[in-house]
Design a protein around this ligand. Sequence first.
Ligand code: SAH
Length: 336
Amino acid sequence: RARLETMIPAAYGRLAAYAAGFRKRVKSHFSHPGKRRIFWEKALQGPFAEMVFAGRDRAAQDYLERSLESEADEAVQGEVYLVGAGPGDPELLTFRAMRLMQQADVVVYDRLVSPEILDMVRRDASRIYAGKERSKHVMPQESINELLVRLAKEGKRVLRLKGGDPFIFGRGGEEIETLSGQGIPFQVVPGITAASGAASYAGIPLTHRDYAQSCIFVTGHLKDGSVNLDWLMLARPNQTIVIYMGLLGLPVLCRQLIAHGLSATTPAAIVQQASTRNQRVLTGTLETLPDLTATAHLTPPTLIIVGEVVKLHQRLAWFEPEGDLRAGELAASKKV
Ligand code: SAH
């Protein structure tokens, strides 16, 4: 409680009392509860609240009167918040993401958004799953784009919640292109991308003065059994390569990197479900990682990191949830 009190301006009590005095009038002015809520949100986050906080009670009252009069009970304009939910740990959400999650009328979310994070979206917001699973696209991209447009046109505040960062292998760009074409207001909130999440939580710095001066993010998505990448550009010394969507293509990826000049002993890691309780980290080399992975029964999502920096994992790993123990060890430790 003490901590909350330091975060919430003391004047909130007075603000609440003021608002309470207006409740009946606002209620009779707006027939639709959704519109009422939007009115209050605007008032409580805008100049009205600032005036009350500043002790300008008279001005605050006038302001609310005026905005009530000018705010006709007409159709509301919807908007879309394209929000990055980070790699899984809810604590990695931004304040802005949290705030918009509390304002949304409807959330359209991906498979990668963790249940804990979904739980933090406003309770009465409706939830639409637009999940994408490898080779099993639940909803084609065009339908998602259209869905966002339709919901916003209905006047809803739509939270498009995506794993990681919406602008990194997230098709966030395509989704807001459609919105902008239709003149629908939107905002984009960055999230912690899997590369940053996995690197931090596995203790593998992506750059390091001694080992890597550059870092490159690529998708290792398999297409007809091959991966189409600029191998020469990737197989450079002193560079960390982060591969998204690379689990299936891992053997091809490692083979190609070796064929294009990286040493077979280049350290490589695969991180399962980074930043969650199910995080697991396997390390090896370009030569050994595919076999290690084949027998490890990893559960997606997984991220691959290649480069000398992987060596640092042994010393810098700090996040080792119980999931790291072998199932047997875990069972044994529970018995004791
Ligand atoms: N926009 C997302 C990436 C979407 S592509 C981002 O910025 O992170 C999906 C791929 O991201 C997965 O196949 C996997 O390679 C990676 N990924 C996402 N979350 C992950 C996690 N928690 N741990 C490991 N890899 C993850």
